[in-house]
Every structure is written in C-alpha cells, then in structure tokens.
Design a protein around this ligand. Structure first.
Ligand SMILES: [Mg+2]
Length: 218
C-alpha cells in the first residue's frame, strides 16, 4: 500500500502562543506537516507563494493586513490552496468575509483540537467546513450572498483603509505597500469619496464595522 500523501500546512497568526498551540495539535498527526509560519497577512502571502502549502490555517484578525484580505491575495496567486479561517469571533461578517474571500473552512479559537484536524482533512477533499459551534444553515446560504455581494472598494483601497484605521500616515502606508505617499493620498481620497466618510475616526469606525480592522489589534 502506498503511504498517504502528507498534507503540507502553513500557520498564520499574529500571536506566537496561538501558533505554538496549533502546531502541537497538528504535529501529533503523521499525515500532516507544518512547512511554515507567518505572523501577519503580508508575510502569509510571501510564505505561501514560496512554499505552496496544501492548507493555510489563517487567523482573521491581524494588524497590517487581515486574514480576509490576505486570503484573497493568496488565492489570486494560487487558487488551489485551501484556507481555513481561525477566529475568536462567530460574527457573521467575519465568516462571510472569509468565505467570500475563497476560504474553505472557518473555525473558532475556542473549538477543540479534534475539530481542527477534522477541518483540515475535510477541506483537502474539496469540501467546506464550518465550526460545529456556528449555525450550519450559513453554508447553503453562501452562494446567495455571493450573488448579491458587490465590492465597493478595490483590494488596494481595502488595504489602504485598514492601515489608515490603524493610525498609519500616508508615508508609512506607502512604505508598506511600495507606493509613493502621493499615490496613497489618491487612494485615500477615492476611499473617502466612495464611502462618503471624511475623517480618520469615521473611517476607523467603518473599517471595524466592515471587519477590516479589529479592536483587539488597535
Ligand atoms: Mg489575531
């Protein structure tokens, strides 16, 4: 009999203790292998492009670039990677955001260890997995949501908005995104026009409400 193919996994969370906890659960499984870790959304894009994992366990709330935006960008580069969102929030906004970004699974951080293993084994078979603690009715309604969802801001604008709401200046944002601060200002102006909000506190409130920025990271 041929050996079962190993599932290659990248762990993404801004808290090392969380990554260590997940690692200790996964390392007990002979058919799973952790090939890398990242502590924010941007590092996750770099690592997964380089390492080509089968599965990414991705924290949703992270400073700089959150898990939803990171998932979108990773899947644009390699749509075959299966991403499992991991969060403390059972808020529909986050679950919806993660699945609309293309994730295949969603787990709560207070779920049990066996659920993480089940989720990984499920998504590699091209099947979606939603934490047992969350109402399962949500999955069938996803395609309906996908149809009515209309993205207001572009990916770049969404990235800039998260960074503005985290208190970063145009110069700092430009440095992070490899843009001139003038270009950042153009994005900033376009965002304000599109969502009709004109101060940083208003933008921050909007970003939190839309699940781009998380109070725990501020
Ligand atoms: Mg986090």
């Amino acid at each position: 009999m041929s050996k079962q193919k190993e599932i290659k996994i990248v762990l993404v969370d801004d808290h090392k203790m969380v990554r260590d906890g997940i690692r200790s659960i996964i390392e007990k499984k002979a058919h799973m292998l952790i090939i890398g870790e990242a502590s924010d959304g941007r590092e996750a894009i770099k690592k997964s492009t380089k390492l080509q994992p089968d599965v990414i366990v991705m924290d949703v709330a992270m400073p700089g670039l959150n898990g939803i935006e990171s998932a979108k960008q990773i899947l644009k580069i390699n749509p075959t990677i299966k991403i499992i969102g991991l969060s403390m929030h059972s808020n529909k906004q986050f679950i919806k955001g993660m699945f609309l970004a293309g994730a295949y699974g969603y787990l709560l951080k207070d779920g049990d260890a066996t659920e993480l293993i089940t989720a990984i084994d499920t998504v590699v078979q091209n099947r979606r997995y939603l934490s047992k603690e969350i109402n399962q009715d949500f999955l069938p309604s996803l395609s309906a949501i996908e149809e009515i969802e209309e993205k207001l801001l572009s990916t770049r604008e969404t990235e800039v908005l998260q960074l503005i709401s985290e208190g970063k200046s145009s110069k700092e944002i430009g440095k992070l995104l490899f843009l001139s601060s003038k270009t950042v200002d153009v994005h900033r102006a376009n965002i304000m026009k599109k969502i009709d909000l004109h101060t940083v506190p208003e933008l921050t409130k909007y970003a939190i409400r839309e699940g781009l920025t998380f109070l725990e990271d501020l």
